[in-house]
Design a protein around this ligand. Structure first.
Ligand code: SAH
Length: 374
């Protein structure tokens, strides 16, 4: 990682953004987000060892091994539901430190035939995180392969895909209701060359959806939309005749709504989205209604979304935690606290949700049975 400017305290990416703005004009929010996360030298996922207790934010697999273990067993059940194909792709998108996949592979060692059939593929853009994942999976019993994009996955095999906190990293754009009309929100540079929010002059043609949400909204209202069609859904749709199933877990909402959810997290604290480009994690809440609709439009079936606590509960999180506590009495308190954290109502248990996508040939996925009011 390169150092901050000692005079101004700016991150190295501020100068890069300034140059881009001078050259091309103010950046859309998706351009800003993509540059902050993926710039080849100063991007957040390139330059930093971000995740985990010592990093900027802690994800569910880093909190408890139960999370990855249950997801591994989920994948094994889905494989059996698919008729136990001799060869299938077990893929993970955005594997972070590789912890989820390592726990999943360990937990499924005793499922006859499952690991022998699995062609494990990790989709990861960051070379830094790829290296961390290689280390985490160095003990795997099979070859593990890495790809930067979904299009590199084998075209003809059944696919079981898992992704935790992946969709929230995909770039969004924002539109704002201004007194003069609906405008795209952008990032400009102020007189001192620091990034500031601005708006494009209204007048661009708007999608009917953006118009419907914002034209009658109060001034200042913000509406977020994904910058691109979801590549993950395109990949599943293209392979659906071979049989596909995906489990996507993320924090987000069940209905498309007005509101700004783009956020920056650095060293476990929220901060201004423009404050530390490249040194803070940027993410936006997942709109599960939109994900479900896009999947259906692409010819996939949709299970859920259900709250993370309901999903993990149906897979037997409490029973698994009890067994782990009994086997490790000196760690029982830690196991219990971690499990409670994943399941907490009002916390990760409900703010995070799981959605399942599958081809119509695959039975409804485990963990999504109707479970009463969310
Ligand atoms: N699933 C992990 C990490 C989540 S952080 C966990 O639960 O701990 C997001 C991950 O997605 C990182 O590994 C990041 O490098 C990766 N990522 C972000 N955008 C990506 C993209 N467009 N393609 C592939 N990987 C991406």
């Amino acid at each position: 990682m390169t150092e901050r400017n000692t005079a101004t305290g700016e991150t190295p990416l501020v100068a890069v953004l300034r140059e881009m703005i001078v050259r091309e004009g103010p950046l859309t929010i998706s351009q800003y987000m993509t540059t902050c996360l993926h710039h080849p030298v100063h991007g957040y996922y390139r330059a930093q060892n971000a995740l985990g207790r010592d990093g900027d934010f802690t994800t569910a697999p880093e909190i408890s091994q139960i999370f990855g273990e249950l997801i591994g067993l989920w994948a094994a059940i889905v494989w059996q539901q698919m008729g136990a194909p001799e060869r299938f792709v077990l893929a993970e998108a955005g594997p972070g430190r590789g912890t989820l996949m390592a726990d999943a592979l360990r937990a499924t060692r005793k499922v006859p035939g499952f690991l022998a059939a699995a062609d494990v593929r990790l989709i990861e853009v960051s070379p830094v995180l790829q290296a961390v994942q290689r280390q985490a999976l160095s003990g795997a019993s099979m070859a593990v392969r890495w790809h930067e994009t979904f299009s590199d996955l084998p075209p003809d095999l059944p696919v079981i895909l898992i992704a935790n906190e992946f969709l929230d990293t995909l770039a969004i754009d924002q539109y704002v209701r201004t007194p003069d009309g609906v405008a795209m929100r952008v990032v400009d540079a102020d007189a001192a060359g620091r990034p500031v929010f601005a708006t494009r002059p209204p007048g661009d043609s708007l999608s009917p959806e953006i118009a419907a949400f914002l034209e009658t909204a109060a001034p200042g209202a913000i509406f977020e939309v994904p910058a691109e069609d979801c590549v993950l859904i395109d990949m599943l749709a293209a392979r659906r005749s071979a049989g596909v199933a995906a489990l996507l877990i993320d924090y987000g909402h069940n209905e498309t709504a007005l509101g700004e959810t783009l956020q920056a997290v650095r060293r476990h604290r929220y901060e201004d989205v423009l404050a530390s480009p490249g040194e803070a994690d940027l993410s936006a809440q997942v709109d599960f209604a939109r994900v479900g609709a896009a999947a259906r439009a692409a010819g996939l079936e949709v299970d859920g979304p259900v709250p993370q606590a309901a999903f993990l509960g149906q897979l037997g999180a409490i029973e698994r935690a009890s067994r782990l506590m009994a086997a490790n009495p000196d760690k029982a308190g830690d196991v219990e606290a971690a499990t409670m954290r994943l399941m907490a109502p009002g916390g990760m248990g409900t703010r995070f949700k799981a959605i399942g996508l599958r081809s119509s040939s695959v039975a409804p996925l485990p963990g999504f049975a109707a479970s009463g009011p969310p």
